[in-house]
Design a protein around this ligand. Structure first.
Ligand code: HEM
Length: 491
């Protein structure tokens, strides 16, 4: 380790710390190392340097204040091979990334996101109705586009998984191995084809709808109509559509699963959330987004879920464009991880437990009397110029769904044969850059017959909102949709 670099675990010749880099649940190992080496520590990866930040003052300084220097992503040859540098999440700091980012911002502002509220609300209604009946939607998993998406996504996650492909970014000569000896190259080519078939197929469908004057207000329509202004050609537009589907697919749903896991495990918190929503919304109508202003506990519960089990515990790694000094030297080209999972006891009281009340005591949930001003409520969505562009859309969706779920249901643990509650493991989470709970069992019961009736009624009323998005459904899907929208008493 060169002098001036942040401290870190002892290195061995040539490899540095490469041999000890965790291949799964890296955030836990990083937390352990942070406790030993401090809130800014480094790992030597052969010649490269990885810096891990858990110190919130350093995160604010380096990632937010000096965001121009930390806007890059580390080299990811595999991602480039699959998406030609057009996958916004992994794109380096290039002209293409700037075009993607500018366009994404324009179509995902708070005002633009508000235009998507009707379909988000309708989808949230569908979720309640699905839970009452059987959890399926889109209109269902068997819908060809949905199946195609999950197949492509699974392949993509497999090639991105650390260890699944040779370390081409560290040993670049591996890039030149001929395809017949490199299965990973064939896997990348298949993933590329699957993604392109889906993205450009959907793009053509949207163009066709526009041509026929059958718009539904989707953000892809907006991009297509303003393509020239944004400087977007067909290629880059297709990839933006793809990344937005990806960004919006399992993020919000994993978040809601973490919320349900927490409410099931912490009945006291659930009781308080129920009491507040009953006081503000009552029994005879559904919650609406405006109600949130009067519900400090539910707002705290939403923030606490992000803190308790962050969806992206290490965000997505950034990289430095210039050498920077923040207590230590952070060299040019260093990869930077922010460990959102580490919650030091100096900052938080009882960080292991789910306790929304901490956000009622201080804005950032820190202990009273401790300076938490380096944190901010949008922290779960990342830092600097790479902060999640879908934040407003995601927050609307989380807010509506969290309120709806609390209003509608009781969540309780499953019971064994003797009627004893089965303890849930709140650490059983999936591997990956984005994580969510492993499948778990709990009982979800409607809180009253009156509420069931309201859900069924409102779901049927959302029919028209859905209809605009149900372009080109297969006959099987049409039949499925028609059946699911029938009045319950007709079924
Ligand atoms: C619970 C919901 C979500 C959470 C917690 C979340 C969180 C994040 C985080 C932590 C990052 C990395 C930021 C960084 O590198 O510092 C990110 C990036 C990104 N997110 Fe989200 N996200 C969510 C939903 C969404 C949605 C709904 C969309 C799309 C509509 C989206 C699109 C993206 C994109 C495109 C990036 C890459 C940005 C870039 O590298 O320039 N996300 N998100």
């Amino acid at each position: 380790r060169e002098p001036g670099l942040p401290p870190g675990p002892p290195t061995v010749p040539l490899l540095g710390n490469l041999h000890m880099f965790p291949t799964e649940f890296a955030h836990y190992k990083f937390t352990e190392w942070a406790r030993k080496y401090g809130g800014i520590f480094s790992l030597k990866m052969g010649l490269g340097v990885v810096v891990v930040l858990t110190d919130v003052a350093a995160v604010k300084e380096l990632m937010d204040k000096r965001s121009g220097a930390t806007v890059d992503r580390p080299a990811m040859h595999i991602a480039d091979l699959v998406a030609g540098g057009l996958h916004m999440v992994f794109a380096r700091y290039t002209e293409n990334w700037r075009t993607l980012r500018k366009t994404a911002h324009a179509i995902l502002t708070p005002q633009a996101s508000a235009r998507h509220l009707p379909i988000q609300q309708a989808e949230a209604m569908q979720l309640l109705d699905d839970i009452l009946r059987q959890p399926q939607r889109a209109p269902r998993y068997e819908t060809p586009e949905t199946t195609a998406f999950f197949i492509a996504q699974h392949k993509w996650e497999l090639v991105l998984e650390p260890g699944a492909t040779p370390p081409v970014d560290l040993i670049p000569i591996l890039k030149y191995v001929p395809e017949r000896w490199a299965k990973w190259k064939r896997d990348c080519a298949t993933t590329r084809r699957l993604q392109r078939d889906l993205y450009f197929g959907l793009l053509d469908e949207t163009m066709e709808k526009l041509r026929r004057g059958e718009e539904n207000g989707s953000y892809m329509e907006e991009i297509l109509t303003r393509q020239e202004e944004f400087g977007m050609d067909r290629e880059i537009t297709g990839y933006l559509g793809g990344v937005l589907i990806e960004g919006g697919s399992d993020t919000t749903s994993s978040y809601l699963q973490s919320l349900i896991l927490a409410l099931t495990t912490y009945p006291e918190a659930q009781k308080k959330a129920h009491a507040e929503i009953d006081r503000v919304v009552g029994q005879t109508r559904m919650p609406s987004l405006d109600d949130l202003d009067d519900m400090p506990y539910i707002r705290a519960m939403i923030l606490e879920t992000h803190r308790f089990r962050p969806l992206a515990p290490l965000f997505i790694p950034h990289a430095t464009l210039t050498a920077e000094e923040v207590r230590f030297i952070i060299p040019k080209g260093a990869t930077i991880f922010v460990n959102a999972c580490e919650q030091p006891t100096q900052l938080y009281d009882d960080p292991e437990n789910f306790n929304p009340e901490r956000y009622l005591l201080t804005e950032n949930g820190t202990k009273p009397g401790v300076d938490g001003s380096d944190l901010r409520p949008t922290f779960p969505f990342g830092v600097g110029r790479r902060i999640c562009p879908g934040i407003h859309l995601a927050q609307n969706s989380i807010n509506i769904n969290a309120m709806n779920l609390v209003w509608a249901f009781n969540f309780s643990p499953e019971t064994d044969e003797e009627g004893n509650p089965i303890k849930l493991d709140t650490f059983a989470y999936q591997k990956g850059i984005l994580t969510g709970p492993c499948p778990f069992k709990c009982k979800i019961t409607p809180r009253s017959a009156e509420k069931v009736e309201i859900i069924e009624r409102e779901f049927l009323e959302a029919r028209d909102t859905f209809a605009k998005f149900e372009f080109g459904l297969s006959p099987e899907d049409k039949e499925f949709v028609a059946k699911s929208r029938m009045n319950r008493h007709q079924v």
